[in-house]
Design a protein around this ligand. Structure first.
Ligand SMILES: *Cc1c(COP(=O)(O)O)cnc(C)c1O
Length: 364
């Protein structure tokens, strides 16, 4: 044990501006979905250069669910997803009645392997939904080509990737829809929340319908819908965070560059040619005793870390399938995410480097 101050693996940043914005909404007396949400949608799309309409919802998971429903995904369909992701990816597919079909990842960037996706296509496949895991864009060129060739839809789980891009195209602008999460530990937050970027006016209209009980006009319900609305309180927080997220991303990238320059004996997270990585996580692979390293980092150096994700989705109780996904299973055993968030001090970064280098050398 150590008396050093603990370096947390993630730390949401809420400032006076966010508090003032919430107060402004509370004082207005109109706190449910209203003008703040509408402004947030427009500003979010413009800020990330998405060039398409965005619809705000009450969580990233709701965003995936409504995006899938709005794209016509239904019972009997198959949607190809990675197993190496947060369970929300597969949950949202399953909640539409469709079947999530798990394909393996590539170990270079931990995102869907296009060859594994191709091998998973059946006559029931309707769509491919890659995850831009850890803030690194998925292999969208190859996946878009596959989708084209087989007449499939392409969706994006961009929950962790606000501002990431591939060859100049921002994530969230590739798919029929793309979802960004606004959960507190993501690169920006609204408290809870999600944003759905929509490729067509039809998908946008559908997301707005499903978000609000199937109504665009009060009491003229068109479909069976949910209440997945964002509140103006949350939108007000998100609007302030939009003005800060670029500086935070630049700090994440600078922190990642420092770690990559100074860590020894571990594989740093690679960045694909043409990719902008926004480092939601800085994830290394630890081939021997990853759990021991995580424990020693915490006990001896007070350095927090995360395992995303120790149990692949195809091994989770609701989804158990008898399928061997070798890269996914290897990543689940070896991945360790080190702190990279924008609140780290230079001293924190140096302590992380000292700790990992000492423990890796000792073979922890
Ligand atoms: C966080 C996350 C989600 C879900 O977002 P919520 O806002 O927590 O509902 C979905 N997919 C991935 C990859 C995530 O990291």
């Amino acid at each position: 044990m150590t008396d050093l101050a603990f370096i947390p693996p993630a730390k949401p940043i809420i400032g006076d501006e966010e508090r003032a914005a919430v107060d402004r909404v509370l004082r207005s007396g109109m706190i449910a979905q209203g003008p703040e949400v509408a402004a947030f949608e427009t500003e979010f799309s413009a800020h990330f250069g998405l060039g398409r309409a965005c619809v705000a919802v009450n969580s990233g998971t709701s965003g995936l669910h409504l995006g899938l429903l709005s794209s016509g995904i239904k019972a009997g369909d198959e949607v190809i997803v990675p197993s190496f992701t947060f369970a929300a990816t597969a949950n949202s597919v399953a909640l539409t009645g469709a079947t999530p079909v798990f394909a393996d990842i590539a170990l270079d960037d931990f995102t869907l392997d296009p060859d594994a996706v191709a091998a998973s296509i059946t006559e029931r496949t309707k769509a491919i939904m890659p995850v831009h895991l850890y803030g690194h864009p998925a292999k969208m060129d190859a996946l878009a080509a596959l989708a084209d060739q087989h007449g499939l839809l392409l969706f994006e789980d961009a929950a962790q990737a606000h501002g990431a891009s591939l060859h100049g195209t921002p994530v969230g602008a590739f798919g029929t829809f793309g979802m960004f999460s606004l959960y507190p530990t993501k690169n920006m937050t609204s408290g809870e929340g999600g944003m759905v970027s929509c490729a067509t006016a039809e998908v946008e209209r559908n997301v707005r319908l499903y978000r609000n009980q199937g109504m665009l006009q009060q009491y003229h319900n068109e479909v069976v819908g949910l209440n997945n609305r964002m509140t103006d309180i949350h939108a007000a927080i998100g609007r302030v965070q939009l003005t800060k997220v670029d500086a935070w991303t630049a700090q994440r990238q600078a922190n990642a560059a420092f770690l990559t320059a100074h860590l020894e004996g571990v594989t740093p997270p690679p960045v694909a040619p043409g990719a902008v990585h926004v480092y939601h996580q800085y994830t290394i692979r630890v081939p021997h005793d990853r759990d021991g390293l995580a424990k020693a980092l915490k006990d001896e150096y007070a350095v927090g870390s995360g395992m995303f994700y120790p149990v692949p989705n195809h091994r989770l109780k609701p989804f158990q399938v008898d399928k061997h996904l070798p890269n996914t299973e290897q990543a689940a055993l070896e991945c360790l995410s080190l702190p990279v968030h924008p609140s780290l001090s230079q001293g924190d970064l140096e302590r992380i480097v000292t700790a990992v280098n000492a423990l890796a050398k000792a073979g922890a």
